[in-house]
Ligand binder design. Structure first.
Ligand code: ZN
Length: 144
């Protein structure tokens, strides 16, 4: 099995069996994202306490890239501090721009190839755009 095959399997696995799928009644951030060019939609909720992401959950619909990216992201940021989550977000954006990252991206590494397909980059970044908005809600709850 080639690395490409392995990555494809990983993406499909997250798409078919999304992790942290559902809603978080106790969440203190909630955002809704749309990618009209592909029809992807994601709702992302975080429970943050003492500057740490205790739980992350998402629901949505769309292409495998958008949903797998959201699933992998919730796994990557759970238990992380807000600063660490932002650092992971920045590394993922770098990866989508075809730049090398030093961090072990875990399952997220499977999305590296998306950088070669500009139309799909938006799909992969949708959940992360949601993370960016969510982290801003924490810093500035009034949303100003
Ligand atoms: Zn998409």
């Amino acid at each position: 099995m080639s690395l490409d095959d392995l990555y494809r399997e990983l993406i499909l696995d997250h798409y078919r069996n999304p992790r942290n799928f559902g809603r978080l009644p106790e969440a203190n951030t909630s955002v809704h994202l749309k990618n009209p060019t592909c029809g992807d939609e994601i709702d992302l909720q975080l429970l943050v306490a003492d500057g740490r992401i205790v739980r992350a959950a998402f629901s949505g619909q769309g292409c495998s890239i958008s949903q797998a990216s959201a699933s992998m992201m919730t796994e990557a940021i759970t238990g992380k501090s807000v600063e660490e989550a932002r650092a992971i977000l920045e590394d993922f954006e770098r990866m989508m721009h075809g730049e090398a990252v030093l961090r072990d991206m875990g399952d997220l590494a499977s999305l590296e190839g998306v950088a070669r397909f500009p139309v799909r980059i938006k799909c992969a970044l949708l959940a992360w755009e949601g993370l960016d908005k969510s982290l801003k809600q924490i810093v500035n709850p009034a949303g100003k």
